[in-house]
Design a protein around this ligand. Structure first.
Ligand SMILES: [Zn+2]
Length: 207
């Protein structure tokens, strides 16, 4: 049996990965599975090894894992919402003029084939001008400044802002040596696909 390294990671999906590299097995699991009962851990091990060695997966083991995973996903969702509402003040996606979820969903369809998972979306508490928008990876939340929630704010401006933050979801921060590369070359190339970027930037500058 090859040596096995197992890692539990926070804020990844429930999807697990298994890899055989240089005759070592690397397994990566969601931290939600860390406290799982032994029968579930056994089921996960069974499924992953079956996948790795291309063997059939036992239906009972599969069912055991699926049951646990769906309840764990619910737990995480509840925890996320509590987290967002508790330690971080939560103002919600519904503004007076724009609904962030609606804007997110339309951008997701237009630019990402609808494939981006929707994070928590919330308007900022104040009409912040210093921070117009940011993606908070720890809380999986995009915060948009309330200055955009007014009729004089064109839709393409808030769309551009949200599009930029969505690219942060798609392109996680890379380390280049000791430097964090937040806006990589691929990030910028994809950002340039936004049709009214120049106008949006001009509007933001006026703000
Ligand atoms: Zn950015």
């Amino acid at each position: 049996m090859p040596p096995i390294t197992v890692r539990f990671r926070r804020f990844t999906s429930l999807n697990t990965t298994i890899r055989l590299r240089e005759s070592q097995i690397f397994v990566s699991l969601s931290d939600l599975l860390e406290g799982a009962p032994e029968a579930v851990i056994h089921a996960i091990a069974h499924i992953l090894l079956a996948k790795l060695y291309k063997k059939p997966i036992d239906a009972a083991e599969n069912l055991r894992y699926k049951r646990f995973a769906s309840s764990a996903a619910v737990t995480r969702q509840t925890e996320l919402i509590r987290h967002a509402r508790g330690s971080k003040r939560y103002f919600g996606p519904e503004g007076r003029f724009y609904h962030l979820e609606e804007v997110f969903d339309s951008l997701n369809l237009r630019f990402f084939g609808g494939l981006l998972g929707r994070p928590e979306l919330t308007w900022s508490e104040h009409h912040a001008k210093r921070s117009l928008g940011h993606y908070d990876a720890a809380h999986n939340t995009i915060v948009v400044s309330r200055v955009f929630d007014r009729p004089s704010s064109p839709r393409y401006a808030i769309e551009y802002l949200l599009y930029h933050e969505m690219l942060h979801l798609k392109h996680p921060v890379k380390m280049r040596g000791v430097r964090r590369c937040v806006h990589s070359r691929e990030f910028k190339a994809e950002e340039a696909l936004f049709p009214r970027m120049a106008e949006a930037l001009a509007f933001i500058k006026r703000l």
